[in-house]
Design a protein around this ligand. Structure first.
Ligand SMILES: *[C@@H]1O[C@H](CO)[C@@H](O)[C@H](O)[C@H]1NC(C)=O
Ligand SMILES: *[C@@H]1O[C@H](CO)[C@@H](O)[C@H](O)[C@H]1NC(C)=O
Ligand SMILES: [Cu+2]
Length: 252
């Protein structure tokens, strides 16, 4: 039997078409189920379904970390458009995100950020610019005990990733940026594939905290071609993986 290098197999799997990648198709926010934005249905449905998720052009990745599309996808470098709806979640509440079929070749981390909407703006109209330093990490998993978060762990959890809104978080409107970084072609830059979905949240409760500036990044800006973990060779031996971006904010 002919054997192919694993890297080549991953490229072939990716070229097989739309079914090869993924996005969040459904999510549960503190007990209420919502559909994600469905890129192959919503644009063709009249009237257009109202979502809590900002539109994405398809199920493919962004690979250029300098584009505004690295925030929430969008298309053509212009970034995301706001969605009509907002989901309510109490500080301390859970959000379970279900991904469509995810190829086992697409190993990598699963990372979730929140971005606070500036006072005076509404999440249903706010378009963060590339210099808005608002994004902080609330959850991140990479490679632990020989398992990758985006493949081994996600598939063992019914393709569902659950994040907890920090219980100390101050109420207000936030954009939640949930992403998988697929590393199967990340030996050079550009190569890592960024699959992100952004959801509009109203956080309720009596929290009083927001992270200090050392936890905050902009997108673009939060990742560069030289950020550890953006270039990474998953086909050579390694024992750990540096998850890109700022430290996870622990709520203090
Ligand atoms: C992200 O954007 C790119 C380029 O605009 C597009 O090809 C791709 O399908 C999008 N990915 C997702 C997950 O929507
Ligand atoms: C897996 O997730 C889907 C989507 O949320 C859900 O409809 C299904 O019931 C789940 N299956 C199990 C076994 O939990
Ligand atoms: Cu792919």
């Amino acid at each position: 039997m002919v054997s192919f290098p694993k890297a080549l197999l991953a490229v072939v799997a990716c070229a097989l078409g739309v079914s090869a990648h993924g996005y969040v198709d459904t999510l549960n926010v503190a007990g209420t189920t919502y559909s994600g934005y469905l890129p192959y249905n919503d644009p063709y449905t009249t009237p257009a379904p109202q979502r809590i998720e900002r539109p994405i052009p398809g199920n493919g990745p962004v690979t250029d970390v300098t584009l505004l599309d690295i925030q929430c996808n969008g298309s053509g470098g212009s970034g995301s458009s706001p969605a009509a709806l907002v989901a309510s979640v109490p500080a301390g509440g859970k959000i379970a995100l279900h991904w469509t079929a995810w190829p086992s070749s697409h190993v990598g981390p699963v990372i979730t950020y929140l971005g606070k909407v500036p006072s005076g703006d509404a999440v249903t109209s706010y378009k963060p610019t590339g210099s808005d330093v608002i994004w902080f990490k609330i959850d991140a998993a990479g490679y632990e005990n020989g398992k990758w978060a985006a493949t081994d762990i996600l598939s063992s959890q019914n393709s569902t990733w659950t994040v907890t809104i920090p219980s100390s978080l101050a109420p207000g409107q936030y954009i939640m940026r949930h992403e998988i970084i697929a590393l199967h072609q990340a030996e050079t830059y550009p190569g890592a594939q960024f699959y992100m979905d952004c959801f509009q949240l109203q956080v309720t409760g009596s929290g009083t905290k927001t992270p200090e500036s050392s936890y905050l990044v902009s997108f673009p800006g939060g990742y560069t071609s030289t950020t550890p973990g953006i270039v990474f060779d998953v086909y050579n031996s390694f024992t750990s993986y540096p998850i890109p971006g700022p430290a996870v904010w622990n709520g203090n």
